[in-house]
Write a protein that binds this ligand. Structure first.
Ligand SMILES: [Fe+2]
Length: 163
């Protein structure tokens, strides 16, 4: 699906790295009895940026809209739950009550914040990178930091893992 939609190689590499993290955590959580749909999680993390190439091509403000573009593409293909995951991975969703209401959405959201390009990094490194790359979002990234750290703690506790 990524190839068919013309997704750039670097975005595919990013998506695979995000999927590795999401699945590692998701599997550990599922093994401890949390309700995580691992098939949905895998497809959702692989496809969360399916709208990104289209967003870049269209000259959209990609960081604002590629989640919605991806959701629209996935909805058109009939994948409603995957569409919800793509829509929910955008950075600002952490401030939206109820936007991250399933483990699959939350894990894709979180794993995406642990990868820079295709490299696994700590949250703080990713936040620093984003602040440099998108200075207009600096305030948002600053506000999100403690919330992301709380989310990280919650996920790792449920997974029985140390950060
Ligand atoms: Fe994205």
């Amino acid at each position: 699906m990524l190839r068919d939609s013309g997704t750039l190689d670097n975005i595919i590499a990013h998506s695979v790295a995000v999927t590795d993290i999401a699945m590692e955590l998701g599997r550990a959580m599922a093994a401890r009895g949390e309700k995580v749909d691992l098939r949905l999680l895998e497809a959702g993390s692989l496809l969360h940026d399916i709208g990104k190439t289209e967003g870049l091509k269209g000259g959209h403000e990609s960081e604002v809209s590629h989640g919605d573009i991806g959701a629209e593409m996935l909805n058109k293909m009939g994948y409603r739950r995957l569409a919800e995951i793509a829509r929910a991975h955008m950075f600002s969703k952490i401030f939206e009550k109820g936007a991250l209401d399933t483990w699959e959405k939350k894990l894709v959201y979180y794993a995406d914040k642990r990868v820079n390009h295709d490299k696994r990094v700590r949250l703080s490194e990713r936040l620093d990178y984003l602040t440099n790359r998108y200075p207009r979002g600096a305030e948002m990234f600053r506000k999100a930091r403690p919330m992301l750290l709380r989310m990280e703690k919650e996920i790792f506790e449920k997974a029985g893992m140390t950060i």
